[in-house]
Design a protein around this ligand. Structure first.
Ligand SMILES: [Zn+2]
Length: 65
């Protein structure tokens, strides 16, 4: 089951296009612990920007318009 989770996470990462801050696609996924629990987060390995997955997607959507 971990394999399935991993591959879905990889395809999720591929759908994130690139870093909305510096344009890099050198991204990594992780978990952030917030007040309301753990969330999927994305971090850029080039500029070290990071955001929860939902916020990251919103930024990408906006920068693509
Ligand atoms: Zn970046």
């Amino acid at each position: 089951m971990t394999n399935q989770a991993q591959s879905s996470k990889e395809s999720m990462l591929n759908n994130l296009l690139c870093c909305p801050f510096c344009g890099s696609n050198n991204l990594s996924t992780g978990y952030w612990t917030l007040d309301d629990g753990e969330v999927d987060a994305i971090e850029c390995k080039d500029c070290y920007a990071g955001a929860p997955l939902t916020a990251w997607k919103e930024r990408n959507d906006r920068s693509n318009k």
